[in-house]
Design a binder for this molecule. Sequence first.
Ligand code: MRU
Ligand code: ZN
Length: 214
Amino acid sequence: MAFTDITLEQKQRALHELRDIKTQFADRHWFPGTSGNLSVRVGEYTPEDFHFAITASGKDKTVNTPEDFLFVDAAGKPSERTGLKPSAETLIHCEIYRLTGCGAIFHVHTVFNNIVSELFHERGSIPVKGVELIKAFNIWTEDAEIDIPIVPNFAHIPSIVPHVTEKLNPQIPGIILRNHGIYAWGANAFEAKRHLEAFEFLFEYVYRWELLKR
Ligand SMILES: CSC[C@@H](O)[C@@H](O)C(=O)COP(=O)(O)O
Ligand SMILES: [Zn+2]
């Protein structure tokens, strides 16, 4: 679909949601050292053709400015003329939208998500069993056990993308880059936030449990 077919109201709603989430996550110190990126999809979707608003690269995400976001297409290219550079990790967002058709994707670096990814990278996933917050992923099985996929981290972002393609599990709305951070997504910003908060709770739980066992 052409970017011009998306209404101004839809675009403004996406930008408003992103600003709101960015402010809330900044209050939690979830953007240390300019890390992290956020996106919200707008308009109609097919796996090959969609647009989303994403944070501009390298900004201090703890402050709000008129130059925090831009719109890009399914190839990660700006949807309209702009001097802003999309997040360096835009291609990972593109791939998650292509694979899942979700409506929002949030990426943060935390000490807990980094440490647990390092602890379990040889296994290729982080196992979590029987914790109530697994229900935040809409998994209601008694004593559910989930595996949160871990993919390798490379400085060259396009090299990460095939690993996301291979490891993404549609039942689990998140994937961790080893010693880098989590990508969590959902049908909309509300759901993606719920998922991200649940993942971070589980990572802290796993971290503390591993410590207690040793
Ligand atoms: C400055 S450390 C973090 C970056 O390398 C990257 O991983 C990140 O999350 C933010 O990159 P950005 O290009 O601002 O979206
Ligand atoms: Zn990152």
